[in-house]
Design a protein around this ligand. Structure first.
Ligand code: PMP
Length: 412
């Protein structure tokens, strides 16, 4: 059976050509930001060295080339996520920006006093705060879907919370703490039955398994480039065209208008209506290159690799006494975002100890404080996997956890 060639993939990423604290780098903070392959960096550099110009403005050769590249990236994104029309793809600065756009534009126009907005308890603050504050401004009610003891969305609870007053359901596709994959299609059907629209935070999903927004039938889908091998500062908001057409722009300025007079203005068509000012052109081109890179690998192999590695990591971690894993304990229905705590060691101390061995993990509340509260903890350590991680990386993590346990036990 074919396998992902992790050795070869690692060579595509220059970051691994260095030692961290005199140790081989084991990068396990992919849920925060993935690394960037040489291929993507070269495409961005080529653009800056050979084609740099503003888009949609000049009629000169460089301007046209830049515009063609920028628009071709938009088409690549549309194909990659299964959008029917490239006009449904808006370039933003990231997932946070995309979600704020929906709340500020669709939310501001459509939410009224007494309406309900439904989110889950596992949301990243980026998919919570825009709705929480919108609800406050509009005197609407914010409801939470709870999770069960396995770290899965409680579908019974979801069904009890969704009703004819629900106007927006905003849910993460994959939890950035628990790794849980949520049943988006099931949710979309339920929400649409009640007349609500569905906003999905895809920050942790895109790049790990194929996304088909048309098949999922979501109304909005948001994600960031930097978690899927593209540069920072570029992201996407997918939206159904009929909804985007009716929405007001949320930032005003150059390149988003049809006509401006002293008295007023009319707006450009989508997606330009939502891309005021000079966009992150090189970032968008980098995102297109990251999609090319991902497509040069086989998605089935990527999924298989990440699932096998997740399963291996969960098994190995379970053998570390005193270690609590939050979220699904088996590798199905989840991705390789694994949060845990080791008894009597503060997550920050543990992450620092791991760093001394060249292992980069995240410690903290992961911008999900309501979830932390429901898990009865303030913070966790999070190891998150990607295409270049190997069983050796997991073995090194586990042996370093044992080492840290021994080290910290001396202080008790
Ligand atoms: N949602 C989720 C689930 C995330 O993990 C993140 C990034 N940690 C975001 C939203 C925000 O992404 P960004 O910071 O790239 O805007």
């Amino acid at each position: 059976m074919a396998k992902l060639n992790t050795e070869k993939i690692k060579q595509d990423f220059p970051i691994f050509n260095q030692k961290i604290n005199d140790e081989t780098l084991v990068y396990l903070d992919n849920a925060a930001t993935s690394q960037i392959p040489k291929f993507v960096e070269e495409k961005v550099r080529d653009f800056n060295e050979k084609e740099r110009a503003n888009v949609h403005r000049g009629v000169h050769a460089l301007g046209l080339r830049a515009t063609n590249q920028y628009e071709s990236s938009r088409q690549k994104v549309a194909n990659f996520i299964g959008a029917n029309n490239a006009k449904e793809v808006i370039f933003t600065s990231g997932c946070t920006d995309s979600l704020n756009l929906v709340a500020a534009s669709f939310g501001e126009q459509n939410i009224q006093a007494g309406d309900e907005i439904l989110v889950s308890i596992m949301e990243h603050h980026s998919n919570l705060l825009p709705w929480q504050q919108l609800a406050k401004r509009k005197q609407a009610k914010l409801n939470f879907i709870e999770i069960n003891s396995d770290g899965l969305l409680d579908i019974k609870n979801l069904k009890s919370k969704i009703n004819s007053k629900t106007k927006i359901v905003a849910l993460t596709h994959v939890s950035n703490v628990l790794g849980t994959i949520n049943p988006i299609k099931e949710l979309t059907d339920l929400a649409h039955e009640k007349g609500a629209i569905v906003v999905v935070d895809g920050a942790q999903a895109v790049g790990h398994f194929p996304i088909d927004v048309a098949e999922l039938n979501v109304d909005f889908y948001a994600f960031s480039g930097h978690k899927m091998f593209a540069p920072t500062g570029i992201g996407v908001l997918y939206g159904k065209k009929d909804l985007l057409d009716k929405m007001q722009p949320y930032r005003l300025g150059g390149e988003m208008i049809a006509n401006v007079t002293r008295e007023g203005a009319t707006w450009a068509e989508v997606p330009y209506k939502f891309e005021a000012g000079t966009p992150n052109i090189a970032g968008a081109i980098g995102l297109g290159a990251a999609i090319d890179y991902l497509q040069s690998l086989d998605f089935e192999l990527i999924q298989k690799h990440e699932q096998e590695l997740t399963s291996y990591a969960l098994e190995k971690l379970k053998n570390v006494s005193g270690l609590t894993i939050y979220g699904p304990q088996k590798s199905n229905g989840r991705i390789g975002v694994i949060s845990f705590n080791l008894k009597n060691i503060h997550p920050h101390d543990l992450a620092t100890a791991l760093d001394l061995n060249g292992i980069e993990v995240r410690a903290g509340h992961h911008c999900a404080q309501p979830l932390m509260a429901s898990l009865n903890t303030e913070s966790t350590v999070r190891a998150s996997l990607s295409i270049y991680n190997t069983k050796d990386d997991i073995d090194k993590l586990v042996s370093s956890l044992h080492e840290a346990k021994e080290f910290f036990s001396e202080f008790r």
